[in-house]
Design a protein around this ligand. Structure first.
Ligand code: C2E
Ligand code: CA
Ligand code: CA
Length: 580
């Protein structure tokens, strides 16, 4: 009942939801039909009772036997009570029942004249009082029904929407998906479900607080609403997890184009509290019927594809494919290997030397972590670091590397006091509020001289918040510690921000160094980075140098330092001590 009032609210809640409202009203329509049938049954029963009353009246009229008279009138009393109950039931069934009840009373009066008989027997005041009390009861019942309908409508909205973004929630999405799948099967069409999870959103909450974290979610939901098609259903599943149901697409190419709009809508710069933030997302996509004909699997597959995107380094889209099961299984396994290594202290460290390009003078060593699984097989950090980042174990891993490398490297400093120890710091640790305390604590604990320490950061720290990263970097600099920007050119790569940051060294990534062997365009990119660093007064180091020809070119271009297999592989500290 009162659908007109509900319509306005729900249209707002499920704006562009692609059919939630219609579904709600279809259900209501069904309910109305059921109630109507109920009312008709009540009416038939009521009329039958009326005729029974007439028959009983006749019996008393024809036969004045006192015993029989009292028996029949008692029975009539019971029937009257039944009739009253039917009228009450009609009124409480629905608004329409109100009219049914009125019709029943009129029918009763006309056919039996019972009300007239009753009123005639009473005085006028009692008659008026009965009518007023009756009217009052009707008004109370009416108001109760209105309230009930409003509550029902509120409950529906509450149960199906996310209170923050006012998007449909997981429950609503599932309902919508089930309906969409029925349509797909009927019309032979396709359907896709994309799961989106924001990358490192925990850090956003930790650094700017939950209140502003909510603002970020609202901004993103707003941007997505702008790129949605009318038939899409966007839902928030909880936290920083969202899903989009896409029904109306002709080809995977078209779907891909459309989903990429959602990805770039997240990545656009966001301004909050006067600061700039860069958020990224990971997305997993599963399709019906190409990935599965089983609807219960569809959400699971999209979820698995999303996890695969995370494990592959985040900020990407991944389509479900059959081998994903294995990939995820190995990621879950890897997570337990890392957790075990953290608990049992079973990582190890190797050190790779860095030299001046011109005359091969030792600059320092980059420490690199090593891990072997239960069978003693080496697991590459390129594989397990992204898994550690995904599961937040990375902070433990980073702490382990900082503590152990600073501790053991003091033996090297005793022999060569001027060399640097470079430690890789993961972006999510650097941004974490605990980072500076961790750093100070470990330096104090190991008594490591800060001027011999260099921290390698990647450009991904700027993706989350350039201001936050700048703030932490300034604190690091203030302690006399060097800062290197690792993997330069592979990530965020906006040159504009570089001169605002206290960077000492740019590390040119191996993929650019590799290209020196042939790709003229990439070679000129390396040349450009080197000349830019000269202008900005950063030193430059090239990573992954393997060949003499690369070394020659890098020297010619003015690269300051070299790190690569050509002059030294990562080695155990004990081996380095011997060389020194
Ligand atoms: P990265 O920081 O860019 O480290 C350089 C990687 O290139 C190392 O691989 C190193 O062994 C390799 N490399 C150096 N020179 C050459 C060369 O001439 N040729 C070839 N083919 N490779 C070379 P590794 O040790 O496997 O580390 C991979 C990545 O894992 C690192 O890349 C870094 O991102 C991460 N990682 C390693 N250790 C740590 C750590 O202690 N903490 C954190 N947070 N990340 C780490
Ligand atoms: Ca590094
Ligand atoms: Ca690197």
């Amino acid at each position: 009942m009162f659908l007109e009032d509900a319509q306005g609210n729900l249209d707002v809640v499920f704006a562009k939801d692609g059919g939630m409202v219609e579904e709600f009203y279809a259900k209501k329509e069904e309910e109305r039909r059921r109630k109507l049938i109920k009312l008709i049954c009540y009416s038939v029963f009521f009329v039958l009772l009326c005729f029974l009353q007439i028959v009983l009246n006749r019996i008393i009229g024809n036969d004045a036997d006192v015993e029989k008279y009292s028996l029949v009138t008692n029975f009539q009393g019971v029937i009257s009570i039944l009739q009253v109950l039917i009228i009450v039931s009609m009124v409480t069934t629905s608004k329409r029942g109100y009219y049914f009840a009125l019709a029943a009373v009129v029918f009763d009066m006309v056919i039996l004249g019972s009300m007239f008989i009753m009123l005639r027997a009473m005085d006028i005041v009692t008659g008026m009082a009965i009518i007023m009390v009756g009217g009052l009861i009707c008004v109370i019942i009416h108001r109760y029904l209105v309230k009930l309908a409003e509550n029902e409508q509120d409950l529906f909205v509450l149960a199906n929407t996310d209170s923050l973004t006012e998007l449909p929630n997981r429950r609503a999405l599932k309902e919508k998906m089930n309906q969409a799948l029925v349509d797909c099967k009927k019309n032979n069409t396709k359907l896709a479900i994309a799961m989106i999870d924001l990358d490192n959103f925990k850090n956003v909450n930790d650094t700017i607080g939950h209140e502003y974290g909510d603002q970020v979610l609202l901004h993103i939901a707003e941007r997505w609403r702008k790129v949605m098609n009318d038939s899409d259903c966007l839902a928030r599943l909880g936290g920083d997890e969202f899903a989009i149901l896409i029904e109306d697409f002709q080809s995977v190419y078209e779907l891909d184009e459309h989903l990429r709009q959602f990805m770039s809508a997240v990545e656009d710069k966001m301004e909050l509290k006067g600061n700039e933030y860069y958020i990224t997302a990971s997305m997993g996509v599963a399709m019906f019927p190409s990935d599965t004909m089983d609807e219960s699997q569809l959400l699971k597959y999209a979820d698995m594809a999303m996890y695969a995107a995370k494990y592959q380094g985040k900020k990407r889209m991944c389509y479900f494919d059959g081998i994903m099961d294995d990939v995820l299984e190995s990621a879950v396994h890897l997570e337990s290997v890392i957790r075990h290594a953290v608990q049992s202290d079973s990582f190890s460290l190797v050190y790779q030397p860095q030299y001046t390009a011109e005359d091969k003078k030792l600059r320092g060593f980059e420490t690199l972590i090593r891990l072997s699984d239960a069978k003693g097989k080496q697991v590459s950090p390129g594989d397990f670091i992204p898994v550690a980042e995904k599961s937040n174990l990375i902070i433990e891993v980073d702490r382990w590397v900082m503590r152990n490398s600073m501790n053991e490297f003091k033996a090297i400093l005793a022999k060569t006091p001027d060399v640097l120890l470079s430690i890789n710091i993961s972006a999510s640790h650097l941004i974490d509020p605990c980072f500076i305390d961790d750093l100070d604590g470990i330096i104090a604990e190991t008594q490591f001289p800060p001027e011999n320490l260099e921290l390698e950061l990647t450009e991904s720290v700027f993706v989350e918040s350039i201001d936050r990263a700048k703030d932490v970097m300034n604190k690091i600099k203030k302690r006399g510690i060097h800062i290197a920007l690792d993997d330069f050119g592979t990530g965020y790569s906006s040159l504009g921000y570089l001169n605002e940051l206290p960077i000492d060294l740019l590390k040119i990534d191996k993929i650019f160094v590799d290209s020196i062997k042939g790709d003229a365009q990439k070679e000129s990119f390396v040349a450009a980075i080197i000349s830019l660093s000269k202008i900005m007064k950063f030193a430059v180091i090239s990573e992954g140098v393997e060949e003499e020809s690369q070394l020659e070119t890098l020297r010619k271009l003015g690269c300051d330092y070299i790190q690569g297999f050509i002059w030294g592989r990562p080695q155990l500290l004990s081996d380095i001590k011997e060389i020194l």
